[in-house]
Design a protein around this ligand. Structure first.
Ligand SMILES: [Zn+2]
Length: 153
């Protein structure tokens, strides 16, 4: 996938096993791995790839959950669905409605479970809160002194 090679195969293999996530280990143990990320462009690239994959999964599962929620809201309010089912497919209105609602609820439940799995098994929450903290720090540094002095420390 990438042309670069890891500078330290042993550390590289350990990091690969963790999907390049070192947020779960103690800060004092983390130093060597952080140093490796600084020195090794290969592992740095892999780490970036895995974190964007995690964020993509979280975004997709939450989108999926909101689409199912939207579908349920639509089913609740729109009568043409009943009209379509009755006239074109000659289905029983109540049965069709229940079938669609069940499918919507099942989809919503699976999406929420998927999102929960992504959030618990990947470092997405840590990654995003670190990124937010970094952004806040940058913004804070840009503020004029008069406003900075008002901020709580
Ligand atoms: Zn490496």
């Amino acid at each position: 996938m990438s042309k670069t090679q890891c500078t330290d195969r042993v550390v590289g293999a350990i990091l690969a096993g963790w999907r390049y996530d070192i947020s779960g280990i103690y800060p004092e143990m983390r130093k060597d791995y952080e140093q490796h990320f600084v020195e090794c462009p290969h592992c740095r690239a892999r780490q970036k790839f895995h974190r964007s994959l995690d964020v993509t999964l979280a975004v997709l599962t939450s989108l999926s959950a909101s689409f199912f929620l939207f579908a349920l809201a639509v089913l609740h309010h729109i009568k043409p669905v009943e009209h379509l089912a009755f006239n074109i497919f000659s289905l029983d209105i109540a049965d069709t409605y229940h079938m669609l609602v069940s499918a919507g609820i099942a989809g919503l439940v699976f999406s929420v479970i998927g999102l929960a799995l992504v959030l618990t098994t990947t470092p997405v929450p840590t990654y995003l809160s670190d990124m937010a903290a970094e952004r806040a720090k940058i913004l804070e540094d840009r503020l004029p002194e008069s406003i900075k002095s008002l901020l709580p420390r």
